[in-house]
Design a protein around this ligand. Sequence first.
Ligand code: PLP
Length: 400
Amino acid sequence: MTKNALDHRLAADLAQFKADGIYKTLNYLDSPQGPRAVMEGHGDVIILSSNNYLGLANHPTVVQAGHAALDRFGAGTASVRFICGTFTIHRELETAIARLAGTEVSLSFMSAWNANEAVPATLLGEQDLVLSDQLNHASIIDGVRLAKAITKCQTGVYKHCDLDDLRAKLAAASDRRIKLVITDGVFSMEGSIVDLPGTLQVCRDYGAILMIDDSHATGVLGATGRGTAEHFGMVGEVDIITSTLGKALGGAAGGFTAASAEVCDYLTQRARPQLFSNALPPTVAASSLASIQVLEAEPQRVAQLRDNARYFREGLIELGFKPLHGETPIIPVILGETSAAIRASELLLQAGVFVTGFGFPVVPQGEARVRCQISAAHTREHLDFALDAFKTVGRTLHLI
Ligand SMILES: Cc1ncc(COP(=O)(O)O)c(C=O)c1O
């Protein structure tokens, strides 16, 4: 293939990524995702870098549901929902999602990314405002940018979890018709939980609508895994919840918006990712539905997840590491410089533990980290094996 000007420019940039140590390589798994998996070139490794929080990605009921849907519905509808029909399994899934999220209805999307892009760009107009937490996920940031470009709505960012800043920005926007505030429920780089009661109170004080992205909270927070609202005893109080089906709920792909009937109906009518893109494959819809059913039948998985996360966090502290304080299964271990985080993750992989290192600019300078993610499917043996690897690598790199 002849290389063109674009190829040459990209090749130079890619070479620079490598020189700067920020080039990403993909690790290929040759087995289902689980607490352990077979990674090409590394053999059997403990997975501490997956959002398979409830261990459902390879659960027999979840896999079987996908098989059955493939037999019943085939591969897909071969076009978008409103043009060529929508499968009954999508309706069943959306009913189950609304039940789980505690909202009137829900609408599935091909991804949480799509859901986050759809909400502000579809629901807001020129007279409106959207305010986003500084550390929100990239899909929210891009969703806000898209909303500004499409609708000409006003946009703003408030300091991370800073309710005074949020209050000030809302107070300055009293002329706006609709004020939408968007925050992650759990911030994925920190593993921290939003102050939902405080944020909701500020929104109510200023007549703002609150949207939370529960991608790392669905199946994780609350006694029965219903998310951030359940964690705070506030199920039914959040205006709009978006989340993913690609993490705790089966881990394949897909996302949703759970909200009032009006919001979801309007998104069905007007959201561009709904109108111009296919629906979830029925296999994925069925597996996601089965995941919700397993979660509802076995809420002890959520307790197990919490217990595992606590065990691992305490184990790290005993070894002398300094994981960020928190109560979620996302456990970032701050190591300082980017090179330390990258080197630690390489050595951990050599020791049979897969955990990703994150450095600047993904996280602030000097706060490079490896981010451990715990699953309900990890046994004590898995976690002890991983802690042993951390001990060896920590000593080798003089981190502990
Ligand atoms: C907070 C948050 N929101 C949205 C997404 C996107 O999810 P999906 O893979 O369903 O697009 C992610 C995925 O990393 C996420 O962490």
